[in-house]
Design a protein around this ligand. Structure first.
Ligand code: ATP
Ligand code: MG
Length: 344
């Protein structure tokens, strides 16, 4: 660290499966780039903590609440009863209401499109993922989709705020309100109200707003992703659309995300899961977690470091000499990490 800057403390969850390998890569690259961050590492516990009803300890959650910034590797939820999914625990306990997933074409890595530059913003706390499922009678089950004015407004406000802060031109709300009239209808209504409130306040006069039905949105994204800019949507649609977007630029090994929570919390994480098929084999692509760590740096306004690390990653991929297997290369996680360090 340079002597002038006091290090910032950030929470790090290496996570499961490939998590520890790709987290090691982030730590190494941050050291090489002299990023003024001190990691406070937390691991998923072996027992259920009664205070969180999950394998995540209360101390881990407190660490994120205190530091307000963190990076999370993938967490596989151990199978069994009587506890909550780790991801769900984090989302609920830390009120991580918006999941932001930037998705852009990587120069030098050829896919069908060269001009993808999308931001999906997913409502992260309710919708079909409210965890309210039960059996009505044998052979009939019911799942509740919850949409609230409060959560919709929070994510709407965040989407417009994001668009303005990042010089984006358009926000598209994705929905199926023609069928889901009450739930998606409310989601849209709140976005419209939010727009009106904003126009009155003249806070964001130049951002265009549109509403697109999800099925049509999928077709348009696959045909011409340049038609969209910022997309905001309920939970389930966000889960699906962001994987579709990842596919447009080369897959899950490349796409970062950041969870935004109440009180200014930012918890960055890769979109992908723990990839048990390649765990412990030094094969994982650390790019998604690295670019997530870059979004964390941007949140902290450490733009110089963010730019430097992002350039080193993109240049390494563009050069093509060191690529992991998911991108058609032969490099190990450690070779690829070293190549990025050399670019720094
Ligand atoms: P989850 O249920 O946690 O979302 P998933 O079933 O979607 O998990 P992932 O763990 O995301 O599965 O993996 C999907 C596929 O993508 C696997 O074949 C995995 O090996 C591959 N994959 C995921 N992340 C990476 C990565 N960082 N590098 C290389 N391959 C990856
Ligand atoms: Mg998945």
């Amino acid at each position: 660290f340079s002597s002038t800057s006091t290090p910032i403390t950030a929470t790090l969850f290496p996570g499961d499966g490939i998590g520890p390998e790709i987290a090691e890569s982030v730590k190494q690259i941050f050291r090489e780039a002299e990023v003024p961050i001190e990691w406070e590492e937390h691991y998923v516990g072996e027992q259920i903590d009664p205070r969180t009803q999950s394998f995540l300890t209360w101390e881990s959650l407190e660490s994120v609440r205190r530091n307000k910034v963190g990076l999370k590797g993938p967490m596989a939820t151990p199978i069994g009863k009587g506890h909550r999914s780790l991801n769900l625990t984090l989302r609920k306990e830390l009120n991580l209401y918006a999941n932001v997933r930037p998705c852009y074409s990587l120069p030098g890595y050829k896919t069908r499109y060269d001009d993808v530059d999308l931001i999906t913003i997913r409502e992260n706390t309710e919708g079909e993922y409210s965890g309210l499922e039960h059996q009505v009678v044998r052979g009939v089950v019911e799942s509740l989709k919850i949409i609230t004015r409060q959560a919709s407004l929070r994510v709407a406000e965040y989407a417009f705020h994001y668009a303005k802060a990042h010089g984006r031109e358009r926000v598209s709300a994705i929905h199926k309100a023609n069928i889901m009239q009450k739930t998606d209808g409310l989601f849209l209504k709140v976005h419209q109200l939010s727009i009106v409130a904003r126009e009155v306040a003249e806070k964001y006069p130049d951002i265009k707003y549109e509403e697109v039905v999800i099925d049509n949105c999928c077709m348009m994204l696959v045909k011409n992703p340049a038609l969209f800019d910022v997309l905001v949507m309920p939970n389930l649609y966000g889960d699906i659309i962001s994987d579709l977007c990842a596919g447009l630029i080369g897959g899950l090994g490349l796409t970062p995300s950041c969870n935004i929570g109440e009180g200014g919390i930012a918890l960055a994480e890769a979109v992908h899961g723990s990839a048990p098929d390649i765990a412990g084999k030094n094969l994982a692509n650390p790019t998604a977690l690295l670019l997530s760590a870059v979004t964390m740096l941007r949140h902290l306004e450490l733009h110089d470091k963010a730019d430097r690390i992002q350039d080193a990653i993109l240049n390494t991929i563009a050069e093509g000499k060191y690529r992991t297997a998911d991108l058609g290369g032969k490099s190990t996680t450690t070779d690829f990490t070293k190549a990025i360090c050399d670019h720094l």
